[in-house]
Design a protein around this ligand. Structure first.
Ligand code: 2P0
Length: 368
């Protein structure tokens, strides 16, 4: 936290340029993450109904370059390029995000922005592109705060604030500012956890889980029919919501115990149950809806069979979409790859799969 207790870490009117307004740029590469215990349901403002825990990924990331210069009379402006092309929808979303952050970063109103962003994976397909995209933006804003106001020189402060800001953009994005295993939401499972920002699990995890593999099997990469924002909202009236939030609170404790002791069987049991429960919540919302596709189920059946017959600890989890995250310890990679290529490939879209694994977290793209 800040050294000056009279200044609110998150609401600091001093973060405004008093002399010349600068021109400059910053850039961050920030990864997506895959939740093992899921966040599904929230309270205002972006407070999760239950804690969640995720693996940060390595090769599924967003790279965002933020260029800024003094604003004109109209105040803050945002021009957004995605994959090299102007993208008005992302521009509007980012402008709304920045508008909502004006109390936290008063300097935003003094600048106009050109943002250039690209993903290494298809966006809007339930592979948490909002997690990588919003965390990259949050890191860029914290970087500007540190560069011009020197208020985030402690690394813990920098990343905690970046996680807080990322959360306001998209809940799951709060977890992407750290590598490895990350918890967002207050839980007895780890001291220091908060509903306001995520915390990395920095010790105690069994080595098997530090290099876990995640092959993301792309069944369908089209735009989802129901957004996560709407899905979260439907949990407000889901008849099973209360039990679900309680179950998640218990699951996070049991999962962390299993990941500490290296109990892969319990890890598989909890993560697969979490994935299916997430989708069960969608099916039991009103209006009900379904994001799974026939090939999602074909793949899950093959995973069950492969695990049972070959005695290899492969398992799956799902994000809010039809694609399957195939999880396994890296020591089994040479046996799992032929399974994907031979048995699962017929169920994949033309995009195939992304060979990913647990990663180390975001990286700054350029030196100051
Ligand atoms: C998660 N998901 O824990 C859960 C599981 C998807 C399935 O959080 O409204 O984009 O921006 O806070 O973070 C996706 O929802 O929702 C999500 P908002 P978000 O990763």
């Amino acid at each position: 936290m800040t050294n000056n207790p009279s200044i609110d870490f998150y609401n600091n009117p001093e973060l405004k340029f008093s002399g010349d307004i600068p021109t400059g740029r910053t850039g961050w590469r920030s990864p997506s993450n895959i939740a093992l215990v899921k966040y599904w349901g929230k309270k205002p403002v972006q407070i999760p109904q239950n804690p969640s825990v995720s693996f940060t990924l390595s090769r599924s990331y967003t790279e965002t370059l933020v260029e800024y210069s003094p604003a004109g009379h109209e105040g803050m402006e945002v021009t957004f390029y995605f994959d090299g092309k102007p993208n008005d929808e992302f521009g509007r979303k980012t402008k709304t995000f920045f508008e909502n952050l004006k109390n936290i970063f008063p300097f935003l109103d003094q600048l106009k922005f050109t943002i250039l962003s690209k993903n290494t994976f298809p966006h809007s397909a339930g592979i948490a592109s909002s997690a990588s995209g919003m965390s990259a933006l949050a890191l860029a804003l914290c970087d500007m705060e540190q560069k011009y106001f020197n208020t985030l020189s402690r690394e813990e402060d920098f990343f905690q604030k970046a996680s807080y800001i990322a959360r306001l953009g998209s809940g799951s994005a709060s977890r992407s500012v750290y590598g490895g295993l990350t918890i967002w939401g207050q839980t007895e499972a780890l001291p220091g956890t908060s509903d306001l920002y995520a915390c990395p699990v920095t010790s105690g995890i069994h080595p098997d889980f530090l290099s876990y593999q995640d092959s993301i099997l792309l069944v369908d990469t089209g735009q989802k029919k129901v957004s996560s924002r709407v899905g979260h909202g439907l949990m407000d009236k889901n008849p099973f919501a209360k039990q679900r939030f309680g179950q998640a609170r218990e699951n996070i404790k049991s999962l962390l115990n299993a990941m500490t002791s290296g109990d892969i069987e319990t890890f598989i049991n909890i993560t697969e149950s979490e994935a299916l429960t997430l989708h069960a919540m969608m099916m039991t919302s009103n209006p009900y809806y379904l994001l799974l596709k026939p090939n999602t189920l074909n793949i899950i059946e093959r995973i069950f069979d492969f695990r049972n017959f070959k005695n290899i600890p492969v398992s799956f989890t799902l994000d809010a979409g039809p694609n399957v995250h195939l999880l396994y310890p890296d020591g089994y990679k040479s046996r799992v790859m032929p399974f994907i290529e031979n048995e699962l490939a017929p169920f994949l879209s033309h995009n195939g799969y992304i060979d990913d694994e647990v990663g180390n977290g975001p990286e700054k793209l350029m030196k100051d």
